[in-house]
Design a protein around this ligand. Structure first.
Ligand code: PGA
Length: 245
């Protein structure tokens, strides 16, 4: 299976920037990896056609806890992001867990919504600095996996992103040994618990850059990358995609 490189733009961009970034990626993209970009909701419609034409999937950074439609002011449902062409929905990113108090139970319910629509949930897990210091990183991640992944999950509709919180946006990356250890553990969990486990891709995220992408992507059981900061510049994102060769 090809590696999957997902760009998480977070709360960045503008209409113009979004369309330029997608054209830049389209112009330089080689076909060695599956590629997805996740801009803020409001820019999804504007880039959908260009992304489709270039073979770039689009994804949302979150979705509502609630079903298809109704009186939920400010929310965007999984069925709405499907309607505009999204294939992936990132869920349980540590910034959602931290700033929006999203629990594993909330993440799991959102993943159910995503699966009801036939979309792929990219469920993020990862320990904080303090949890790693205390030697609890493995138990924290296993608990997040057990509590955040719904029973509807299988190789057809799940991607897991391991993102140590202390590595996100900090310029610090986990060592290849740390990544290998955690990805091996996540891979065993997936193999034991899910149908078609070989199709579940396990991404690494946290300060992935052109300089470290190829070596991180070569670590066993690393099936792709979830990229924040470096996904906002076409040349950097393209260099990361090239690192998946
Ligand atoms: P970063 O973000 O690449 O800027 O560290 C990764 C993420 O939060 O998904």
């Amino acid at each position: 299976m090809k590696k999957l490189i997902v760009g998480n733009w977070k709360m960045n961009g503008s209409t113009e920037m979004a369309s330029q970034l997608v054209s830049g990626i389209a112009a330089g993209k080689i076909d060695n990896a599956d590629v997805c970009v996740c801009p803020p909701y409001v820019f999804l419609c504007g880039i959908a056609a260009a992304a489709k034409q270039a073979g770039i999937a689009i994804g949302a950074q979150d979705c509502a806890y609630y079903p298809k439609s109704g009186a939920y002011t400010g929310d965007i449902s999984a069925s709405m992001v499907k309607d505009i062409g999204c294939r992936y929905v990132i869920l349980g990113h540590s910034e959602r867990r931290q700033y929006h108090a999203e629990s594993n139970e909330v993440v799991k319910n959102k993943a159910l919504r995503v699966h009801e629509e036939g979309l792929i949930a990219v469920i993020c897990v990862g320990e904080t600095d303090a949890e790693r210091e205390a030697g609890e990183h493995i138990s924290v991640v296993i608990m997040q996996l057990m509590e955040s992944i719904p029973e509807t999950a299988s190789g057809a509709n799940l991607v897991i992103a391991y993102e140590p919180v202390w590595a996100i946006g900090t310029g610090k990356t986990a060592t290849e040994e740390d990544v290998a250890e955690m990805h091996g553990i996540i891979r065993r969990f997936v193999n034991e618990k899910l149908d078609n486990p070989e199709q579940v891709r396990i991404l690494y995220g946290g300060s992935v850059k052109p300089e470290n992408a190829a070596s991180l992507l070569a670590v066993p059981h690393v099936d792709g990358a979830l990229v924040g900061g470096a996904s906002l510049k076409a040349d950097q994102f393209l260099a990361i995609i090239a690192g998946a060769a």
